[in-house]
Write a protein that binds this ligand. Structure first.
Ligand code: HEC
Length: 432
């Protein structure tokens, strides 16, 4: 604290900060997750040798708070993976970079976080890869969907999953889902499902909402109103892991696991972006860590979505909502806002049965390139009867520099140039 006071007063710094004692602990906690060999950061920052040449860039990046990237409004929620630096930490880095950039004593260096073969979750027990994909000549992005059998003879529980792109230049994002072995008889005919099916146009590997489909921007006028006809939040629980721009993988919360049933397949959905102008190949894989003992809790994944919205051409601030009331007590473990290039802000609000209202997460300047999952420090307990309300704001004007086409209205669709409005949520159920 004394050091901070001296620094912020702009006076001389008595003991020069050193890399091993003062800087490395900050880099290990807040930077290493992305800045290690093979991950998304453009350079590794794990050692003095690696960090020293970037001292000036590191200084600038932390002073401007460009690094570490983080998008949540700090007034709401407490997040386990919040990497933001304190003023004291920023002052330490500044003093080091402005000073002699000393290395310091080797014995001061804390244990470095480990990334075996580059994996963030630790060394996987099993790695499953997709067959080599070739992104050939062409204009549009491609979306691949492939099923890989697990050949698991019995149900397996996993405590961590990490989806890893083989070729980070072209894998824009990817998901891996569990696809259970088909149940005996086909589902009964469902008119709502037929109608939902008709609303979606499918062309090649892309799909999108018919331009003339009914428009529902206020999905909260009735619970689940913005979902496709016949769909409700609870039906989407089979996602195992995602790779999204700017997001390092983490293990599931302590004591929780996800099930991969015997005989299930893994369905990989991968969005390939044409970024290099030449043919590229990719082998994306997922790594799993198996539970050592039976899990205490099952971790569920849901999305509170609106798929029926329409964002008018040029509109700088278009609101779209989605709501769901939970009939059971839950503990929310993470929240992930997901929109595409016109996404501007997203807010999750809990309306409790006693009438209280609380903002759980607010991302005021959503950025498509930094799609974080916000992992709750302590789970967020919501009693039965709590309504979760997700509000998205979109900027379809020419002032949005990422906007691919401000002259057209845009609806739900899988390509990045189309839009999505998803409030993803992970949760565990209360013990019976
Ligand atoms: C969530 C992942 C992530 C974290 C955490 C992170 N970085 Fe980065 N960093 C990136 C990526 C990706 C880039 C390249 C893209 C960009 O500059 O936006 C980058 C770029 C940089 C650059 C180059 C910036 C420039 O202006 O060209 C510096 C310096 C940097 N990071 C330092 C840090 C430091 C120091 C920390 C920790 C205090 C940190 N980063 C934490 C992902 C991360």
């Amino acid at each position: 604290m004394f050091i901070l006071a001296v620094l912020s007063a702009g006076l001389a710094f008595a003991g020069e900060p050193t890399f091993t004692r003062d800087v490395a602990p900050i880099l290990y906690r807040s930077c290493a997750g992305c800045h290690h060999a093979g991950d998304i950061g453009p350079m590794a920052l794990m050692s003095y040798k690696e960090a020293r040449p970037y001292a000036a860039a590191i200084r600038a990046a932390v002073l401007s708070r460009k690094m570490p990237p983080w998008k949540a409004d700090p007034r709401y929620g407490h997040w386990a993976n919040d990497p933001r630096l304190s003023d004291a930490e920023i002052a330490t880095i500044k003093a080091w970079a402005d000073g002699a950039k000393l290395e310091g004593k080797a014995s001061d260096l804390p244990a470095a976080p480990e990334f075996p073969d580059g994996w963030n979750i630790g060394k996987p027990d099993l790695v499953v890869a997709v067959p080599k994909f070739t992104l050939g000549e062409g204009k549009t992005d491609e979306y691949s969907s492939v099923d890989i059998p697990t050949n698991f003879a019995e149900d397996r529980w996993i405590v961590a999953a990490e989806l890893r792109p083989g070729n980070r230049k072209v894998v824009h994002h990817a998901h891996v889902f569990v696809k259970e072995a088909a149940a005996g008889k086909p589902a009964a005919k469902d008119p709502a499902a037929d109608y939902a099916n008709w609303l979606i146009v499918r062309e090649g590997t892309l799909h999108w909402m018919r331009p003339d489909a009914p428009v529902i921007d206020d999905g909260c006028s009735v619970d689940d109103n913005g979902m496709l006809p016949g769909r409700k939040l609870a039906q989407m629980g089979n996602l195992l892991s995602s790779y999204l721009p700017g997001r390092p993988a983490v293990a599931f919360p302590e004591g929780t696991a996800r099930k991969i049933p015997a005989g299930a397949k893994l369905n990989f959905q991968i969005h390939y972006a044409r970024t290099t102008g030449k043919p590229e190949t990719d082998v994306t894989s997922v790594g799993f860590i198996f539970a050592k003992k039976p899990p205490e809790r099952v971790l569920y994944y849901s999305y509170l979505s609106n798929q029926m919205f329409r964002i008018p051409a040029g509109d700088p601030d278009h609101k779209v909502t989605g709501c769901h009331t939970f009939d059971r007590e839950l503990t929310i473990t993470s929240l992930t806002p997901h929109m595409h290039l016109r996404g501007k802000a997203m807010r999750y609000v809990a309306k409790y049965p006693d009438g209280r209202e609380e903002t759980l997460l607010y991302v005021p300047a959503y950025d498509f390139n930094w799609q974080f999952t916000y992992h709750a420090k302590e789970g967020i307990r919501i009693p039965a009867g709590t309504r979760i309300e997700v509000t998205a704001e979109f900027d379809n004007s020419a002032n949005n520099r990422y906007n691919p086409d401000p002259k057209s209205a845009v609806r739900w669709g899988s390509a990045s140039e189309m839009e999505m409005m998803d409030g993803w949520m992970e949760y565990i159920e209360a013990r019976p």
